[in-house]
Design a protein around this ligand. Structure first.
Ligand SMILES: [Zn+2]
Length: 423
């Protein structure tokens, strides 16, 4: 069968893509109004992923939004509120580096945010998704594409405390090949992609998302020069560029252009892997999503070519990832959460383990290593003095059984308890 990944991508992204010119200020990542009260959290153990060790009988001291001290049996200051989580295991709040927080099932149970009557309706669904995501222990997400600025609006609502959800880094509208003016010259295309990136930054995007692909002749849709132009514009505002790419030729153009991460990277060849190691490009392999679609085939309306692609991805993506891992590629967890995955974002971490990562490696991909991709390594990804108090607790030992992540007992985000109980 003739492969047309670009068209498949467009078919998947069947949303009414509309340019908006609303101007939003970039989100404050620091929430206002956090409690000033000192909190001491006790638990059975703490997984210290950066140090590679387990701390037994940990005490975590939290003052306002930040962790102030972590250690075994620390003295609890008088007057501190004590949260005793018994035998539970503490972990840093999880990070999902690739979500579609605006995607939801409609009232008839079908997939399709494109059918919403207004962006306000999509925003309401997104709020539900955000709550489910946070309750599942994901305290930070990076949203990879939304129309009508809905993901930016959700982020701003959360930062204002108007709705409950994870920290959100949002891309807003992604760059798609069919936005390019038809038959444009090289210089017109370069100008277009630069202006596209500038427009997203003016709107308040935290990250720029590009949908790379290949034409029917196998050549990349966006050249390395075009990707580089997007990156240069993003870098002026200290923003990074994430590139969706499945085919090796698309991945190579994006990596040569200098993108920070390859999203999916489904069909790597050895040259693509070598380039990713050389350029220190992160891979967000989104392993679980093809399985999600294929196991819920009746509720997702996709063309036959899309189902063929999902079958190919499911058949190859674990081995593809392990080749990258063995070569030393930086791996970050991103669930590609669409309708039905919000609140089940842990599936991706489980699939990383199924593919062959150790539980510790998979957890790093969803914490410390993801924080680096987001440029937030000084703020999140570890339970450590000076960082945000994004802390979760699970029953059992996730290093022995990654399935422990399915039952998150406790979630604290920025010093605020957002989930407690269910023991
Ligand atoms: Zn995606």
């Amino acid at each position: 069968m003739k492969r047309r990944p670009v068209r498949v991508v467009f078919a998947l992204f069947t949303l009414a893509l509309i340019f908006c010119v609303l101007t939003c200020t970039r989100a404050q990542r620091i929430e206002s109004g956090a409690t000033a009260k000192l909190i001491a959290i006790r638990a059975g153990s703490l997984v210290d992923l950066s140090g590679g060790q387990i701390i037994n009988n940990p005490v975590v001291l939290v003052d306002g939004e930040k962790v102030t001290a972590v250690g075994q049996n620390l003295t609890i200051p008088s007057g501190a509120r004590v949260i005793d989580l018994g035998n539970a295991t503490l972990l840093p709040g999880l990070i999902d580096a690739h979500t579609h927080i605006t995607y939801h099932f409609d009232e008839a149970g079908h997939f399709g945010s494109s059918n919403d009557s207004s962006p306000e309706v999509t925003l309401r669904y997104s709020e539900e998704n955000a709550r489910a995501t946070l309750n599942a222990g994901f305290t930070t997400i990076r949203n990879m594409g939304a129309i009508e600025l809905v993901d930016l609006r959700l982020r701003d609502e959360i930062n204002l405390g108007a709705t409950v959800g994870p920290r959100v880094l949002a891309s807003g509208l992604p760059l798609l090949a069919n936005f390019l003016p038809p038959n444009a010259s090289k210089s017109v295309r370069l100008t277009f992609v630069r202006e596209f990136a500038r427009a997203r930054i003016r709107e308040g995007a935290d990250v720029i998302k590009v949908f790379e692909g290949v034409y029917d002749d196998g050549s990349p849709v966006f050249s390395a020069d075009e990707i580089r132009a997007v990156i240069e514009e993003a870098a002026r505002s200290n923003r990074r560029v994430a590139v969706h790419a499945h085919e090796a030729a698309a991945i190579k153009a994006a990596v040569r252009g200098g993108c920070t991460s390859i999203e999916h990277g489904s069909f790597l060849d050895s040259e693509a892997i070598r380039l990713m190691v050389e350029h220190h490009t992160a891979l967000v392999p989104t392993l679980y999503l093809p399985t999600h679609y294929l196991e819920h085939r009746n509720i997702f309306d996709f063309p036959a070519s899309a189902w063929t692609l999902f079958e190919r991805m499911r058949a190859h993506n674990m081995e593809n990832l392990m080749r990258a891992k063995r070569a030393g590629v930086w791996i970050v967890s991103g669930s590609d959460a669409v309708a039905g995955v919000h609140g089940h974002n842990f599936r991706e971490i489980e699939w990383l383990v199924k593919a062959g990562l150790t539980s510790a490696e998979a957890l790093r991909a969803a914490t410390v290593d993801a924080a680096k991709l987001l440029g937030m390594e000084g703020e999140i990804g570890e339970v450590k003095a000076g960082k945000f108090a994004d802390i979760i607790a699970v029953e059992g030992d996730p290093l022995r059984d990654i399935g422990a992540l399915e039952h998150v007992l406790f979630v604290m985000k920025g010093g605020r308890v957002v989930k407690a109980g269910n023991r």
